[in-house]
Design a protein around this ligand. Structure first.
Ligand code: F6R
Length: 244
């Protein structure tokens, strides 16, 4: 694993932008795996700037998002489909049918997991972006999810719902379930880039790097992947530096 420490979140965004730019220059029709949440927002700003300056282009790119809440449609302001439009898609040139995300309002959610998983199986993600949950989740693969899991329906833990509550009016509005790419879908990507920002991620980052590779901490599986880069700000790196 390649671990890079930055001074602040701005530097994390600039460095990760460089990795995306390299990927899109090397392969303009790349398949990208993208994440939502607060962590990638500054990177998405850089991707927008880069495409406006014609440094990069999304015209031939396919995007697969990690996850979506059950019960929220793409017009709901808390859905991840809406998030992607608001923070990236509305500002780049990408074919409508090149953006993929699970449909959290499908009548048959199990069938929707199969549909999304079949789509993922028909392609190979060149570069997968990840954030990290305080409990070690990647995507919405909560602790004790099998490393062999494919796209599935998941019940969100109280910890995850609490951490995501800032985006909702009340805790009761937060969906209890989501559809997520499984760990095996994530691990199948050619290259993985995980970003972590802020002191609340320090313990999870420490466990990812130093703890046992165990389903109790889903992110630990990344240590078995041949091409993972982790970019951290100073706060997220606090505990790994203490131990040295
Ligand atoms: C989001 C996702 C989650 C987040 C993680 C960190 O699509 O799959 O795993 O990456 O919960 O969230 P933030 O960035 O909000 O701290």
């Amino acid at each position: 694993m390649n671990i890079i420490q930055c001074n602040d979140s701005k530097e994390v965004a600039l460095l990760s932008y460089r990795i995306f730019k390299e990927q899109l220059i090397k392969k303009p029709n790349s398949t990208l795996g993208l994440a939502t949440g607060s962590t990638p927002i500054l990177l998405y700003n850089e991707l927008i700037k880069g495409s406006q300056l014609n440094e990069i282009s999304f015209k031939k790119v396919n995007i697969f998002n990690l996850d979506e809440y059950v019960g929220l449609n793409s017009e709901h302001k808390n859905s991840y489909a809406f998030f992607m439009k608001e923070y990236l898609l509305n500002f780049i040139e990408i074919e409508d049918n090149h953006f993929h995300i699970p449909n959290g309002t499908a009548c048959d959610l199990i069938e929707e997991c199969h549909r999304y998983n079949n789509l993922l199986s028909s392609t190979k993600i060149d570069l997968q972006l990840l954030g990290l949950g305080e409990n070690g989740h990647i995507g919405f693969n909560e602790p004790n999810t099998s490393f062999e899991s494919t796209t599935h329906l998941v019940e969100l833990t109280e910890n995850t719902r609490k951490n995501n509550s800032i985006y909702f009016k009340s805790i009761n509005d937060i969906p209890t379930h989501a559809i997520t790419m499984g760990i095996s879908n994530i691990i199948n990507a050619t290259k993985i880039l995980l970003l972590a920002i802020g002191e609340n991620k320090a313990e999870a980052v420490y466990n990812l790097i130093n703890g046992p590779i165990d389903v109790k901490f889903p992110g630990s599986i990344l240590r078995n992947h041949p091409d993972v880069t982790i970019i951290l700000d100073k706060e997220a790196a606090t505990l790994i530096n203490k131990v040295k």
